[in-house]
Design a binder for this molecule. Structure first.
Ligand SMILES: [Zn+2]
Length: 450
């Protein structure tokens, strides 16, 4: 049993290094212990440290491990000579292994076996875990007694936690009843205490979770909430249910014939409420609506958007037809016959508009080489270059297309129908691109005509 289990409110402990080893194969360790490499690479080395006793809880029973710092002070006990970050703690049999990141340089980062050190946990992280873990025990007990839903496992997440219950359904009324009761127990100031018993102790017969893993030997911890339940558990817990403040049950997610009951306990309820309230305020501003009217205001906005999109699609199709008609009329009457390149630019339309325009022009593209440029948003856009294959062959289309890509910072490809299509990042280079296109097309016809 570790110090953290004897006193779950202890945040600091003076202890001694029993063993220290530098970790070499960091890649495989990163995977097996899911470590964040940013915490110990570059200017840091990683060590596995065993302490005479520990205030750090090693991951177990669904509760994540503690993080914190380990420091070695000078003999005057004032100056810190070495400070390392404890980034992971796991249990290996009866031993807690601390993974410590230390600044590079000096043998073993300045720590050695027998050193007296001060250890301190990240209390915010630990107390949050205590609230979620004790909250889980309480919800498990109430759901079992009230509705006979057995807990099969649970998960303490960084934002939300859930309890897996072996039942096909939990109704909204049942969720409400469980939530009401757990919060009533919190208001009753129920003490939470730990008994350490031997494997043959009769207390074990009535405790939850008494099917122990095989490597458990010696004494067993039973965590009890007075008058509510007892549970075999290695975790760190609050000492009174009042320290849970409040429990909020969020939702039920069905999975493989079981129900995952999501919940928040303690400070997480306040934090989540703060975020939700700020979101609500922003949304009421954006949608000019009262909080109660937000869903209908959102639905209304969605519908308007859908209708606007539809009408935009119809309008741009009509526009493509109109522009194509103008093109055909001009070229058939010979008005534009002098100009072998027809250019058209449009803002705030998508590629579909350009393709629709080319479709509408159809065979009339024999009359001229066509360059359609489109601005979608910001400096982004597309261009389409096409012409009759007899007038401008594939190789030439690609050549001119690639030249235009250089100016417009684009990337394009040759498409069916003798079209060069490109997506561009700098449509603001349009004037320059149009000028170049005119020069290249003029050059093409000079050669042909001479
Ligand atoms: Zn537990």
């Amino acid at each position: 049993m570790f110090m953290c289990q004897r006193d779950s409110f202890l945040q600091e402990l003076d202890t001694e290094i029993v063993q220290i080893d530098q970790m070499i194969d960091l890649d495989s360790l990163t995977n097996s212990l899911s470590l964040n490499p940013k915490l110990f690479q570059e200017d840091k080395s990683l060590f596995k440290v065993v302490l005479a006793d520990t205030v750090f809880f090693p991951e177990g029973g669904g509760q994540p491990d503690d993080h914190g710092v380990i420091t070695k002070k000078a003999e005057s006990q004032e100056n810190i000579v070495v400070e390392g970050s404890v980034i992971r703690v796991i249990r290996n049999g009866t031993v807690a292994e601390h993974y410590v990141a230390l600044a590079k340089g000096g043998e073993n980062g300045g720590l050695s076996k027998g050193d007296k050190v001060t250890t301190k946990i990240d209390w915010g992280r630990r107390f949050d875990h205590m609230q979620q873990h004790s909250g889980q025990h309480l919800i498990t007990a109430v759901a079992d007694v009230k509705f006979g839903f057995p807990t099969t496992s649970w998960w303490l997440g960084s934002e939300e936690s859930y309890i897996e219950m072996d039942t096909k359904e939990i109704t909204p009324e049942q969720i409400r009843a469980i939530e009401d009761e757990v919060n009533a127990r919190i208001r009753e100031n129920v003490p939470v205490y730990v008994d350490v018993v031997s494997l043959d102790d009769p207390k074990l017969q009535t405790a939850r979770g008494r099917n122990l893993p095989e490597d458990v030997k010696g004494n067993i911890r039973i965590v009890s909430m007075a008058g509510i339940e007892s549970n075999v558990c290695c975790g760190t817990h609050v000492s009174n249910l009042s320290q849970l403040q409040v429990i909020k049950l969020l939702c039920v997610v069905k999975k493989k014939g079981k129900c995952l009951l999501h919940f928040l306990a303690g400070s997480r309820v306040i934090d989540r409420f703060t975020t939700m309230f700020q979101t609500e305020q922003k949304l009421t501003d954006i949608l000019s609506s009262s909080p109660g009217q937000l869903p209908s205001a959102g639905e209304k906005l969605n519908l308007t958007l859908k209708n606007t999109r539809k009408s935009c699609q119809c309008l741009s199709k009509d526009l493509a037809v109109l522009i194509a008609t103008t093109f055909k009329e001009k070229y058939s009457s010979g008005v534009e016959n002098g100009n072998k390149l027809w250019m058209h630019h449009r803002d705030f339309v998508d590629l579909d508009f350009g393709m629709a325009l080319l479709r509408e022009i159809g065979d009339a593209k024999k009359s001229a080489i066509i360059l359609v440029t489109l601005k979608t948003e910001g400096t982004f856009g597309y261009f389409l270059l096409t012409g009759d294959e007899k007038v401008i062959p594939k190789a030439k289309i690609i050549e001119i297309g690639e030249e235009l890509c250089k100016i417009l910072d684009g990337k394009g490809s040759y498409q069916k129908g003798n079209i060069y299509q490109a997506k561009v990042n700098k449509i603001n280079g349009l004037v320059k691109a149009q000028k170049l296109a005119q020069q290249l097309v003029d050059k093409l016809f000079d050669k042909v005509e001479n």
